[in-house]
Design a protein around this ligand. Structure first.
Ligand code: IMP
Length: 429
């Protein structure tokens, strides 16, 4: 049975939530494998809107949700999100959510360090979500993270907290930020332990069993390829690998079980936070895209920067992300624009290149090379077949396919789950 991995092909906020929700209805298990509550997925189901940051979207559809070891988990936030869903009539219990016992935890000192460091960076700030994601991943690779399973062993926890605080309080003091006291942290973690431990297990074993039972697994990526810590616009990136390959390490499965990789891209480009953005528009068109697309961050509420579709960048994301097929979202936001522009490469000094170089200075200097296309007057909102699309819209999509070297297999034409044009079933492999 084919599995599917969904990843963002730009800088995040491509509308993964809706696509994952659509696919989740056809999957048995939905797995988060990286990131944390820096992600924001909005799911519109009938007249209910669910905002998820940490929970796998499948829980809204009655599917088993799994949080893999590649995630960084803020226990307080998890319980808050579960409580909010309960108010909306959805129950999240160990029956429908399992969490990797080896997942590293985000503690209050992580957002404190995240924010103190951003403040110290001043104008050079990364524009993080301030949720402690970077510091939590740093602790994981530095081998001092508190993991979920540690909550069952108070003595180990106490010892590990000493090491963690030695590191963090030194840094926080140096940055002039308040430090943390061990006993309060320990007491709170031990208080949380009975609420969290019932969710903990070796999820790799469950996923292995799911495979042998022929179940369909959906790997739900967060952020996007251009925010990948290796392949993105470093250092203006998140602190995890967002490419599909990380679904294997981040969930505890073999790479051959990831299945079909679906990349999600908006029909234009947006970005939140700082960093290079060659096709960014500072004019009326940019403002219009932001307004029509309701481009405000789900997590932080920050307005998103908007620009033309960058086909050179998405091509790069397709290659490094292992994307088999693309989903194009928010095409309707372009309705009525007379001319559209597609970025096919970048002029850097006297050279024209087809990819973003690793050098941040060169990324910032990159001038987009555009190709112009005629827009369309008709509305594409809610279209459910190619036949309902204006000829110019179809041409725009076809040109994107050529430039990014991947087929568009799904089109999302409104926030409603059923307003989707399916050209190929990703679960068919
Ligand atoms: P962090 O992940 O909070 O460390 O933030 C690092 C960068 O990733 C910042 O530019 C954030 O705005 C961006 N980022 C993190 N999560 C998301 C997301 O879900 N959508 C879009 N951008 C994100």
């Amino acid at each position: 049975m084919a599995n599917v991995a969904v990843i963002g092909a730009q800088w995040g906020d491509e509308g993964k939530g809706k696509v994952v929700d659509w696919l989740a209805s056809r999957a048995d298990v939905v797995v988060r494998f990286q990131g944390g509550h820096n992600a924001g997925h909005t799911l519109v189901v009938g007249n209910q809107t669910y905002k998820l940051s940490l929970l796998p979207s499948g829980v809204v559809r009655g599917k088993l949700g799994v949080i893999g070891n590649g995630v960084v988990l803020d226990p307080e936030h998890l319980l808050l999100e579960i409580a909010k869903l309960k108010e909306q009539g959805l129950s999240v219990t160990p029956e429908n959510l399992r969490i990797a016992e080896n997942v590293p935890l985000i503690l209050p000192l992580h957002p404190a360090l995240d924010k103190a460091r951003e403040a110290a960076r001043g104008a050079n700030k990364i524009g993080t979500t301030g949720r402690g994601i970077g510091p939590a991943y740093e602790d994981k690779v530095a081998r001092r993270a508190i993991r979920l399973s540690d909550l069952a062993e108070p003595e180990v926890l106490s010892r590990k907290l000493d090491e963690l605080l030695l590191h963090h309080n030194t840094l926080l003091k140096g940055l002039g930020a308040p430090t943390f006291e061990k006993q309060a942290l320990l007491d709170r973690l031990l208080e949380l332990a009975p609420k969290l431990l019932p969710f903990a297990e070796a999820v790799w074993e469950r996923l292995d069993a799911a495979h042998h039972e022929g179940k369909r697994v959906l790997f739900e990526g967060a952020q996007a390829v251009m925010l990948d810590v290796d392949h993105g616009t470093y250092p203006y990136v998140t602190s995890s690998n967002t490419v599909a390959g990380n679904a294997a390490a981040g969930a505890g499965i073999g790479p051959n079980r990831i299945g079909y990789v679906l990349g999600i891209a908006k029909a234009y480009t947006t970005r939140v936070g700082s960093g290079p953005f060659p096709t960014e528009l500072h004019d009326e068109t940019g403002r219009l895209l932001g307004e029509r697309g309701r481009e405000f961050g789900t997590v932080t509420g920050r307005p998103r920067r908007c620009g033309w579709f960058d086909a050179a960048m998405v091509r790069q994301a397709v290659k490094v992300g292992g994307v088999d097929g693309l989903v194009l979202t928010k095409l309707d936001v372009l309705d009525g624009l007379e001319t559209l522009k597609l970025c096919t490469g970048y002029r850097i000094g006297s050279e024209v290149v087809k990819r973003l170089p690793a050098s941040i200075a060169q990324q910032e200097a990159a001038e987009p090379v555009y190709e112009e296309m005629a827009g369309w007057k008709e509305s594409t909102k809610g279209a459910r077949s190619y036949a309902e699309l204006p000829a110019e819209a179809v041409k725009y999509i076809r040109r994107i396919e050529e430039l990014v070297e991947a087929p568009v297999v799904l089109l999302s034409t409104s926030p409603e789950r059923d307003d989707t044009i399916v050209l190929r079933d990703p679960f068919a492999g």
